[in-house]
Design a protein around this ligand. Sequence first.
Ligand code: URA
Length: 433
Amino acid sequence: MHFVDIINKKKDKKALTHEEIQFWIDGVVSGSIPDYQTSSLLMAIVLNGMNEDETAYLAKAMMNSGDVIDLTSIPGIKADKHSTGGVGDKTSMALGPMVAACGLKVAKMSGRGLGHTGGTLDKLESIEGFNCFLSEEQFKKQVEEVGIAIIGQTGDLVPADKKLYALRDVTGTVNSIPLIASSIMSKKLASGSDTILLDVKYGEGAFMHNVEDATELANEMIKIGNNLGRNTMAMITDMNQPLGNAIGNSLEIIEAIETLKGNGPKDFTELCMQAGEIMLIQGKITQTKEEARKMLMDAVNSGRAFEKFKEMVKAQGGNTAMLDDTSLLPKSKFITEIKAEREGNVEVLHSEKLGILAMHLGAGRATKEDLINHGVGLKINCKRGDKINIGDTICYVYHDEDLKEEWIKELHEAFVITNEDVKVNPLIEKILK
Ligand code: URA
C-alpha cells in the first residue's frame, strides 16, 4: 500500500477502506508514515469528511492502538461521562459522587485544561495531596471499593490520538466532526466503561458553535459507542455563558461541594440532576427519570453525595479537611468586586473571553508547560437574562497580582448589558440516544 494513494483517494472525496485506515493508524504509531503525509490526509478529511463507517472504524483502530482497560472484573455496570469542554465545567466532581452515592460505579479518566477551558485534574489538584495518577490496578480497586475514581490516563492509552491531536493542533485540522468524534470516542472506549454519557456543548467557547453541529457530532459519537457495545447517550448543552458561577480551580471545587450539599447554582445543579437521571437509567440502577431524580435528591439531602466525594478524595490521598473547611483550599491574596457601569438586562456573558481572562490570572494554561495557580479565578454574580442596576456587583475577581486596566476593561466587555428583553436558551437543549 502506498500512503500517497490513500491521500489522493480522500482528496478525490472517496471513502477509505478499513485496511487503509488501519494502515494509516499503524503507520502513525510506528512512525513509518511521516507527519507531512499524515497532515495532508488530515486536511483532506477536514475538507471532504468521512462517512459513518470510516469514522467508526477510525475510532476502533485508534482505540486499539495502545492499552485497552478491562473493567469486567468489577461487578456491575461501570459508567463514564465526558464533556466536550466548557468554561466553569466542574460537572464530574459533583455528578460523579452523586451517582456513585446512588450505587453506580463511576470509572472516569479526565484531562487537564488548556486555553480558555479548565481541566478536571487541575481542579482536583487544588486539594492537597490529591493523586490523579493511580495504576490500572489501583484504579479498578478504587472503583470497586469506593464506587468512584477520577484519574488521569493510565498506561499507554490511545497513542495514535496523542500523535494525531498534536499534529491537528498545529495544522489547522482540529475542527472536523469525524476527527473529533473518533478522537473522543477512542479514548472513552479504551478506558473500558460500559456506559457513556456525552455532554456536547455548543456556543461560544465550545468546539461546536451551534446546536446543529453539536447534534451532528453527538450522533456520530453515539453511533460509534453503540456499535462497539457501549450504551452511549448525549446531552446537547448551552455554553453561551459559563456553567454555574465559579471559574478557577479551588473556586470550582467549592462550587462542586456546595452543589453536592444541595446549595449549588441553579443551572449547574439542574445539569447534574438531568445528567444523573440519564446515568442511573443507563446503569440500570432505576428505570424512570422520576425515580432517578428522587434517588439523587436523597443522596444530596442525606449528605451521602458529599460523603462519597470525601471518600474518593481520601482514597486518592487528598486532604479531606479541606473539603470540610473550604477556607483551607488555596486562596488568592486579593478579592476585587467588579460593578456594573450601566443598568439593563444581561444579554451576553462571553464565556470564552471569561475563560481567557481567568487564564491570564493564572487559573489556566496558555501552553501545556504553564503552571496553574489554584487559588485565583472569577466568580460571576449574574447570569444571562438577569436585570441589573448601576453599581451592582457583576463579578468577583480572585487574584494575586494587581489587576491591569486593560484586563478590567476586557472583563467589562465580557458582560453585555442591553435595554432589550433577553431570550435565554435552555441549558439543556436536547437529549439524544
Ligand atoms: N477533544 C478531544 O479529545 N479530541 C478532539 O479532537 C477534540 C476535543
